[in-house]
Ligand binder design. Structure first.
Ligand code: ZN
Length: 208
């Protein structure tokens, strides 16, 4: 059974939740597809709403493409976090994007250093997201951010289970659907086997 708490715990801690939000601007397929970023203008509004971009900053087609490239390269890493194979190595794409998104270490008065973008505009937003990913990889939270194992979903969720065994964005949704279809497959295989057994014993019973 899925509790309200379990569903709520699928959100990553801040600021990693920002990266999760970017990933979840698209997931699912066909009628269940969720698509938030379909144009540079939609991306601009999304970045401004999350304080990743000052209002009034233009977003070009190239900016739009780069952010979607970052999103899909990160999704490949999230698949690997959920014991799935990566469709293509995202490392080259990530390094190419990161090379245009410089970061500087800034020491804070509380003693915890942060990575700050060294560039303005959408590249600055990209840099901030890359910095959040880097920090999450070093503090161990990254390994818990996963792409749903349902290939037709791939929604990003934060796995809070003790042994990091979570596989689905939601047990009530993808988890139960996949379990039900696995059960139907087993049932079908079982009754197929039973039919064969019956056919064989009928054959054997027939006089030769
Ligand atoms: Zn899912």
């Amino acid at each position: 059974m899925t509790t309200m708490h379990e569903e709520q715990s699928k959100a990553a801690p801040e600021p990693l939740a920002l990266v999760q939000a970017l990933l979840n601007t698209q997931y699912g397929q066909g009628r269940r597809a969720h698509i938030e970023l379909a144009s540079p203008e939609q991306l601009r509004a999304w970045l401004v709403a999350r304080r990743l971009l000052p209002d009034g900053t233009p977003v070009t087609e190239g900016d739009f493409r780069r952010v979607l490239q970052l999103r899909e390269a990160l999704r490949s890493l999230l698949r690997a976090n959920n014991a799935r194979e990566m469709p293509a190595s995202p490392v080259e794409a990530l390094n190419r994007l990161a090379s245009n998104a410089p970061l500087t270490v800034r020491f804070q008065y509380d003693g915890v250093p942060t990575l700050e973008p060294d560039i303005a505009g959408v590249d600055g937003a990209l840099a901030r997201l890359v910095g959040i990913v880097f920090t999450a990889m070093t503090d161990g939270t990254w390994a818990r951010l996963k792409a749903c194992r349902n290939e037709r979903c791939q929604k990003a969720f934060y796995d809070t289970s003790k042994n990091r065994s979570g596989a689905w964005c939601s047990m009530a949704g993808c988890g139960s659907r996949l379990k039900a279809s696995a059960y139907r497959h087993r049932r079908a295989a079982h009754s197929e086997g039973e039919r064969e057994k019956k056919a064989k014993s009928a054959d054997a019973g027939e006089p030769g």
